[in-house]
Ligand binder design. Structure first.
Ligand code: ADP
Length: 467
């Protein structure tokens, strides 16, 4: 029971009111209240779940539709929805639609660009081959198939499909980051190609050019020079012998002068023929193999060349500066190396006389130093003659390249046929070296660099054979 007492006043009289209530009745009331509260709460939860789902559907459904449209690709549009999308979702849909349109345009441009590039590559007169880092063929233009006479091999490893070992090696080198060039000879097809490979991000590119016509033309030019040279040698010898005989037999002053002119011109033509034959010999090392392994003392060789040059009729008033080591052992073709130094000294003498004529003032120097870094011998020939005009410097070693004869004051100092320096260059290269035209304050200065053979002279012999 629950008892409650209160004191009250009724008309000034204090009274106590007491009442009692059975607790069992209160418990019943309380449990009835809890039950209805629980039901109300459940009802509220169900209602909010229903409303929440409805709201979420309204929000999520358009977004899901958008995601679906984006994933599908193509133009983005909202499909008809059971619920109206909110303003934000409509804005998002519009932004995505614009972006998709822009992407579509860019894609189209890229495709057009790609097709254009492919058309250009297809119309090039050279073959183009692109390989990826794994060595698989990524792209090949149609001319490549025609050049190599092979069908498209896209996707295949190049080592397995290219028949030329030189080309395979060139591409392998390019993939390792070493760009290069090589000649590719397709013997069966009688084709000569020039291949150039460069490494690019993600692989390498090779460009192949058909050199067959040029090669054949060059071959027939060389053959013509060699044949004509040989053919001319006999008549030239006969002319010389006949002229000398006539001179010996005694003739009038007038006839002597004619005969001397004949001999002079015969010498010039003979010298030209010798140079042409030597160059054609240097070009085709296989035809007449050169011995690049002779033991040569370069210092002694230079001394001999200097003595010969000092006997030149134009060297009479020259001042010589010679600085040579005691000895300079080297392995090479002695006759050819002597020719190199002689050609440079002859030019130095000629073109110094071209400036000073028969007056003193001309200086020619011949020096040889050891370059321990390479290691190599460096033979330097310098003069204070007429010098070399700037415009000519880049072409000076080309065949038949000659300076302007009007720059030479002394008629006798006029040059030959422009083959001297070409021979020096070719000869130095055959020995694995080079010839340089140095900068100089006056006159001209050349340096021949002759590196020690890397492992015996056999490698240079190989180079000579390859020409
Ligand atoms: P060339 O027989 O005409 O001398 P080279 O090949 O030896 O042919 O030389 C080519 C040209 O280079 C010459 O015609 C000349 O103009 C120039 N040249 C070569 N050496 C010298 C030099 N020492 N001084 C000035 N010019 C030179």
């Amino acid at each position: 029971m629950l008892y409650v007492a209160r004191s009250v006043y009724v008309r000034g009289e204090p009274l106590v009111v007491r009442t009692a209530f059975p607790l069992a009745l209160l418990r019943d009331v309380l449990s009835a209240g809890r039950l209805s509260l629980g039901a109300a709460l459940l009802l509220a939860a169900a209602a909010s779940l229903f409303l929440g789902t409805l709201f979420l559907r309204q929000l999520v459904q358009p977004i899901q539709a958008l995601v679906k449209a984006v994933n599908k690709g193509g133009p983005i549009s909202l499909p008809p929805l059971p619920v109206r999308p909110s303003a934000e979702v409509q804005e998002l849909a519009l932004a995505l639609k614009n972006m998709a349109e822009r992407n579509e345009q860019i894609l189209q441009q890229l495709q057009e660009e790609r097709a254009y590039l492919e058309r250009i590559l297809a119309s090039l007169p050279v073959g183009v081959l692109v390989v990826n880092r794994e060595g698989k063929i990524r792209y090949e233009n149609p001319p490549l198939g025609k050049l190599l006479r092979m069908p498209s091999q896209k996707g295949h490893p190049f080592q397995g499909v290219l028949r030329s070992p030189e080309l395979v090696e060139l591409l392998e080198d390019a993939l390792r980051g070493r760009d290069g060039t090589c000649n590719v000879v397709l013997r069966e097809e009688q084709r000569f190609l020039l291949a150039q490979a460069v490494s690019v991000a993600g692989g390498a590119i090779a460009v192949l050019q058909d050199m067959t016509e040029r090669h054949l033309l060059e071959e027939s030019r060389k053959a013509f020079v060699a044949d004509a040279g040989h053919e001319l040698q006999t008549p030239l010898t006969i002319i010389r012998a006949a002229a000398e005989l006539l001179l010996e037999e005694g003739s009038s002053e007038n006839q002597r002068s004619y005969l001397e002119r004949i001999l002079e011109q015969q010498e010039r033509i003979s010298a030209l023929m010798d140079d042409l034959l030597l160059l054609s010999r240097l070009d085709s090392g296989t035809a007449v193999p050169l011995d690049l392994t002779e033991e040569v003392d370069l210092a002694e060789l230079c001394r001999v060349a200097r003595e010969e040059a000092a006997l030149h009729p134009l060297a009479e008033h020259l001042e010589w500066e010679v600085d040579l080591p005691e000895s300079a052992p080297f392995a090479g073709w002695s006759e050819g190396l002597l020719r190199c130094v002689t050609n440079l000294l002859d030019n130095a003498v000629k073109y110094t006389a071209g400036r000073f004529e028969a007056n003193p003032g001309g200086k020619v120097s011949l020096r040889m130093v050891r370059d321990d870094l390479l290691p190599a011998w460096r033979i330097a020939v310098a003069d204070n003659g007429i010098g070399i005009p700037e415009a000519m410097r880049h072409h000076i070693f080309e065949r038949f390249r000659r300076g302007d004869a009007s720059r030479v004051r002394n008629g006798k100092a006029k040059g030959g046929y422009g083959l001297g320096l070409a021979i020096v260059k070719r000869m130095a290269e055959l020995h694995g070296g080079s010839v340089l035209l140095e900068d100089s304050d006056e006159g001209a200065a050349f340096t021949i660099v002759l590196p020690d053979p890397p492992s015996g002279a056999s490698q240079r012999e190989e180079a000579a054979k390859r020409g």
